[in-house]
Design a protein around this ligand. Sequence first.
Ligand SMILES: [Zn+2]
Length: 416
Amino acid sequence: MSTAFDDLLSRLRQPETAMTLLDDWNRLQTVVIEEILALQAIPAPTFEEKERAAYTETRFRQVGLDSVGTDTVGNVYARLPGKAPSLPAVLVSAHLDTVFPRETDLTIRRDEAHGRIYGPGIGDNCAGLAALICLASRMVKNGYRPPGDIWWVATVGEEGLGDLRGIREAVARLRDKLGVAVIIEGTGLGTVYNAGLGVKRLKVTIDGPGGHSWHRRESPSAIHQLVTLGAALVTGVDLSGRPARSLNIGIIEGGTSINTRAAHAQMGIDLRSVDANALLGLEKQVRAIIDQHAHEPALSLGTSVVSDRPSATLSPDHPLVLAALGAIDAFGFPSATLSRGSTDANITLHTRIPSVCIGITTGGKAHTTDEYIDIDPVATGMKQLSLLTLLACDHVSDWRNWQEQADNYQEDLERP
Ligand SMILES: [Zn+2]
């Protein structure tokens, strides 16, 4: 093995536990694949995760974890008790939900020649959730007792308009106990996410009297007002400078017929930045322009927040980040990179819990019905996750200290 591996191993209190666990994944890769396929066959659209959550709860009980249960939003929890419960705990979590509606055909397809399996949701996030169940299972079977507790959480509401509600609730419940967090996504092996991309989504609605397009031609139109406002936003909001920001009017709806002055119109605005203050400033600009357009007496204008994903960046020098990079490096991905994404880690990072999000295998076409995972890298992904989790457990008392990256923002693309 590499010197990177020896170095990491020397920092473990129970290196023999790590050797057993790492060795397991050479034999047990098919077990992980079977778990991925079992999860993938259960539909789990955002807000309808119940069946997959119930399956996960059963698996947590079967593998012999403690404190198995759910909460009001539908998350599933389990605990591997540590030797000293007063020590801070390590959170290992993966999201349950997929972007696919219930009626989606979930039939899988194997491509033996390329070592791939295709299926909606197979990577995002059945592979991540299976990794969580399988690692917990092996730790119990091998009799591993961590220094502090490990909390295993399968979260709801990570995708789309779920607005990260699962991880928000989990962090609210466990905040006082948690030291660090490892978030698992199915694909993206070789990338370590140490930063969240901040996203805020606003809905603007305009309502008025409506009327015939000729007989009531003096009547104010909700659509006319909305497009005037839209134009003012597109031309008036300043997006120059660093850190980067973006504004997108992604949805416009309204009106009933071409010869009716619209009584209703609405639009969805998506705002993004890598920096929490920059995002706040952007939202302020947008709201000021909206306010300037709210004075038409016969029209009522309303603004609501439909999604709020706060951001924060954990310093690339934080030991958790270095360990995640080191662990993937040790197993043959020397070009591991840091990136930022829009995942459950946004919430843990924003709460100042040192966190990374890592992948289990490689794959592609996430969020499409052509989604696939590569089979071979799964063993490597499990080794990285195992080593990182063991290191996090041993060093949680030191690693729990937050280190913010204040400048030099990485402006990478968002995770798909
Ligand atoms: Zn995901």
